[in-house]
Design a protein around this ligand. Structure first.
Ligand SMILES: NC(=O)c1ccc[n+]([C@@H]2O[C@H](COP(=O)([O-])OP(=O)(O)OC[C@H]3O[C@@H](n4cnc5c(N)ncnc54)[C@H](OP(=O)(O)O)[C@@H]3O)[C@@H](O)[C@H]2O)c1
Length: 366
């Protein structure tokens, strides 16, 4: 559970504490779920910002009375959207000390309690950092399991889909130089491979030389650049001798500023996230906005994976085929034990993870 919300400081393990509790009793419409895997995501740090993003951006909220994309529709449509959106209503809730830490999860339904999801089903939900949860059936999305469950939370889950739609949005063409930030992470490892499948020349940005070698050796990135070096701008220019055509930005700040300088005329940027601002750091720049956008006629667009909910099944299907054929590799970083979740999140924000980080809370269903 959350012991204390971080104010303007980096997240630490002391912001959480481990408690024993009872298996929850079910309310109307709820099922009892056993957590199998919990996702570790940079967004969890954003959910911990007091009065943060959710309060400032009411248009994102899916609370009662403010279901923005479907506000004029009936209750069935709301329930249908909520299920397909993988209970986003829940993640918009403001977190308080004492709350169970929220997390995307894969769970096994162990008591469907008369709801329409049978016992034994594997569901994507937001059960959080706990072994058992009462999950409203309309907030759970049944998964058709056809590969390792870790893939369903990674390459075929939220982060894989985020990579898919971010690349689709910027639409790299054959031989165009495509730069991917946070390239060795969950979104980045998939996005870089998808850009390569589109025929682009792919350059990954990461903060570690070991990760850079992995990207080039195992995932076929054409080049990599360490953004932590003082020579970052010059190194990026050297790795992109024909300039940058497409950029998937998960970082914001100085990294975005440097890539904007390297973009070609009519370059395209998909703004996926801004991890450099999540962990207590004040936003810095970029200073070249709007000049670079105007002078180079750039197209810069933010997006959310939820903009494409109707297209998720088709995207999952295509990604599943690429995984099966070996054209796409899922790099995963699974840590055993729920008690290690705080350390895993703090470590992810410090760049410890390689690929999709998850916590193994319990065994796969037998
Ligand atoms: N738009 C959407 O719908 C959507 C959905 C899901 C995720 N996202 C966003 O996608 C991005 C990546 O998420 P993910 O789950 O794939 O995480 P991830 O990349 O697996 O993990 C975060 C990585 O960010 C890098 N990083 C941390 N601090 C940094 C900094 N100050 N500057 C540059 N890099 C830094 C670290 O790698 P290094 O070692 O390389 O520094 C770290 O491993 C995040 O911005 C997230 O919010 C967006």
């Amino acid at each position: 559970v959350i012991a204390k919300l971080p104010e303007r400081e980096r997240l630490g393990e002391h912001h959480f504490r481990l408690v024993d509790g009872n298996i929850p009793t079910l309310g109307p419409g709820e099922m009892l779920c056993r957590t199998i895997l919990a996702s570790i995501d940079p967004a969890q740090r954003v959910w911990l910002i007091p009065h943060g993003y959710r309060a400032e951006h009411r248009e994102m909220a899916l609370d009662d009375g403010n279901v923005a994309p479907i506000q004029d529709q009936d209750a069935d449509a709301v329930a249908d959207f909520t299920r397909r959106a993988q209970p986003l209503r829940d993640i918009r809730k403001t977190l308080e000390p004492g709350d169970v830490m929220m997390a995307f999860t894969l769970c096994e339904v162990i008591d469907s309690a008369g709801t329409d999801i049978p016992n034994g089903s594997v569901v994507a939900s937001v059960a959080g950092w706990q072994e058992y949860a009462a999950v409203p059936a309309v907030w759970a999305r049944p998964i058709e399991v056809h590969t390792a469950l870790t893939h369903h939370l990674g390459a075929l889950g939220i982060t894989g889909l985020t990579a898919y739609f971010g690349i689709q949005l910027a639409d790299p063409k054959p031989r165009e130089t495509t730069v991917i930030s946070a390239a060795a992470g969950a979104v980045g490892t998939i996005a870089g491979q998808l850009a390569r499948l589109a025929g682009a020349r792919v350059v990954g940005l990461t903060g570690s030389d070991d990760k850079a070698h992995m990207l080039e050796r195992e995932l076929g990135f054409d080049a990599t650049v360490n953004y932590r070096r003082d020579s970052f701008a010059a190194d990026l220019r050297a790795a992109c001798p024909h300039g940058v055509d497409v950029y998937l930005d998960s970082v914001g700040g100085r990294v975005l500023e440097t890539v904007l300088d390297a973009l070609n005329v009519f370059g395209r940027v998909s703004c996926c996230g801004m991890v450099s601002e999540y962990d207590g750091m004040p936003p810095v720049g970029p200073a070249n906005v709007p000049s670079a956008i105007n002078v180079k006629r750039l197209r810069i667009q933010g997006y959310s994976v939820t903009d494409y909910i109707d297209d998720w099944p088709q995207a999952e299907c295509r990604m599943g085929e690429w995984l099966r054929s070996g054209e796409l590799k899922a790099i995963e970083d699974t840590i055993a034990g729920l008690e290690n979740a705080p350390r895993a999140l703090v470590g992810l924000l410090a760049g410890e993870n390689v690929g999709k980080r998850t916590i193994r809370v319990g065994p796969d269903p037998s």
